[in-house]
Write a protein that binds this ligand. Structure first.
Ligand code: GLN
Length: 190
């Protein structure tokens, strides 16, 4: 049984816990560096990237989480979690230093007021079973990707699901979709 560590400092971590548990994984909530022990896959959830970034520093988790992701531990990075892991963040707070492990440039809250939150079907490359129900909530836009980043899905022309090795980054919220296929993709990497 795979052991999944869900970083549980702020945001939608419970929903991720439930999704991975439904797939039969053992799930632990990660709040301290010791909680990462034995973890085979990591989740950085959606929420508020400025807050999550600050709490990573306060909890001492920044460096252990960064190392985990850098070492290629399978990971699911959603929305704020994607922002936290990114190489470059635009429209962030000045003190918001991302982990710099996922080679993307993201712009926070980039869909604009009218489209702050929306749902749209997302076609994911190689995923059987039809489009994935994309739930976008004050989502960032991925403006650029590095050479090792594969784009698995786009919405309105911009990437919304990317993969770099075993790191999966989504600008939408697969944990709120009632569809476990993205979580399954990550588990397959364990
Ligand atoms: N707008 C949020 C941020 O910048 C992300 C939103 C989300 O995770 N749903 O952190």
């Amino acid at each position: 049984m795979a052991k999944v560590g869900v970083v549980a400092l702020q945001g939608a971590f419970r929903e991720h816990r439930e999704a991975f548990a439904a797939l039969g994984a053992e799930v632990v909530e990660v709040r301290t560096p010791a909680d990462l022990s034995g973890v085979e896959a990591v989740v950085l959830p959606g929420g508020e990237s400025t807050t999550i970034t600050r709490l990573l520093d306060l909890s001492g988790l920044r460096e252990p989480v960064r190392q985990c992701l850098h070492a290629g531990t399978p990971a699911l990075l959603t929305c704020a979690g994607l922002i936290v892991a990114a190489a470059e963040v635009l429209d962030g707070r000045p003190d918001q230093v991302p982990l710099g492990v996922l080679a993307v440039r993201v712009r926070r809250n980039a869909y604009g007021r009218q489209r702050e939150s929306f749902e749209a079907p997302v076609r994911i490359a190689g995923l059987a079973g039809g489009p994935f129900p994309g739930v976008f909530i004050r989502a960032p836009v991925i403006e650029a990707t590095g050479p090792d980043v594969e784009i698995l899905a786009r919405h309105a022309g911009t990437p919304v699901l990317v993969r770099q090795g075993r790191l999966f980054g989504a600008t939408f919220h697969p944990e709120l979709a009632g569809d476990l296929r993205v979580h399954q993709l990550v588990l397959q990497e364990v």
